[in-house]
Design a protein around this ligand. Structure first.
Ligand SMILES: [Zn+2]
Ligand SMILES: [Zn+2]
Length: 289
């Protein structure tokens, strides 16, 4: 029969994955995963899993088994939330303390502990900073391994959400177990061949580097108006250094003292362009402090 991880890997969309993960987290009685008999030759299998027999009572889900019906009903609630959710696959030396006694909350949607070294988690992307802070607090330097973060998949494409999860498992041993590493994927397709992103130097971080990236982004979001953020982006991506000099002076004149000090302390003008792009992507992953 299907185990929990099989159900998770069979999810087509991020919405289905979130629904399944939260269902597993909320209902411990699911432990036995007994969803009735497998299908019989005469009635045919559930349309989603193709394994169990449909429940076959009058409603619109009558062609689905007990489990798939539950996922399809719950899925609707996750539709809105899936666009700001991230999924985390962890391969670590031990399961983080906070996950050992896990309860779903507003920021952490669901968790699944696969074995003593693997876990899957879904959460609101703007709570990543908080989560990493807690990891540092509760597990600190004890915790080692690799945490891969990737977005959920909206619509169905050629690969489904479960396939991306499988790619994450495939690359889980890419880093050494000597400390805690983070790989931050802004898109799912990067999971297939992480080397391309890694060469740009914006994929793999130590956990503390990643945490400070998030903290920097928070400060950036808080200190610089959205309009100025846009203009700054144009400036930093600009290729003509003489022009840059001219516009840079004018731009700084518009900023607050704090913002100016922050940008010069960061030496942001010397950042590689890929790093600048990452900062701007991360803006969606933090809240205003
Ligand atoms: Zn089914
Ligand atoms: Zn493994």
């Amino acid at each position: 029969m299907l185990r929990r991880f099989d159900w998770l890997r069979r999810c087509k969309t991020g919405t289905e994955l979130l629904a399944t993960l939260s269902y597993f987290s909320k209902d411990p009685s699911l432990a036995d995963l007994n969803f009735g008999p497998t299908f019989s030759a005469t009635k045919g299998p559930c349309l989603r899993c193709l394994i169990y027999a449909p429940v076959a009572d009058g409603d619109k889900y009558r062609r689905y088994c007990k489990f798939c019906r539950e996922i399809l009903i719950r899925k609707r609630w996750w539709t809105l939330r899936s666009s700001w959710a991230v999924v985390i696959w962890g391969y670590v030396n031990h399961i983080p303390r906070r996950l050992q006694e896990f309860k779903p909350s507003r920021s952490i949607y669901g968790a699944y502990v696969h074995d003593r070294q693997h876990f899957l988690l879904s959460m609101h992307r703007q709570h990543l900073r908080e989560w990493f802070q807690e990891l540092a607090l509760y597990d600190g330097l004890d915790l080692r391994g690799l945490i891969q973060i990737f977005p959920t998949l909206g619509q169905w494409r050629s690969l489904n959400m479960g396939d991306y999860l499988t790619w994450a498992v495939h690359h889980e041993a890419a880093c050494s177990m000597d400390r805690l590493w983070v790989r931050f994927f802004t898109r799912h397709d990067y999971l297939i061949n992480p080397k391309i992103e890694d060469r740009k130097g914006i994929l793999t971080w130590t956990a503390s580097e990643f945490l400070s990236l998030l903290e920097m982004t928070e400060a950036f979001r808080a200190n610089i108006y959205q309009e100025d953020q846009k203009d700054l982006y144009e400036l930093l991506i600009l290729d003509d250094p003489t022009q840059e000099q001219f516009y840079w002076g004018r731009f700084l004149g518009r900023l607050s003292r704090e913002a100016m000090d922050m940008l010069s302390a960061w030496k942001i003008r010397a950042w590689p362009k890929e790093r600048v792009k990452l900062l701007y992507k991360l803006i969606n992953y933090v809240i205003l402090p």
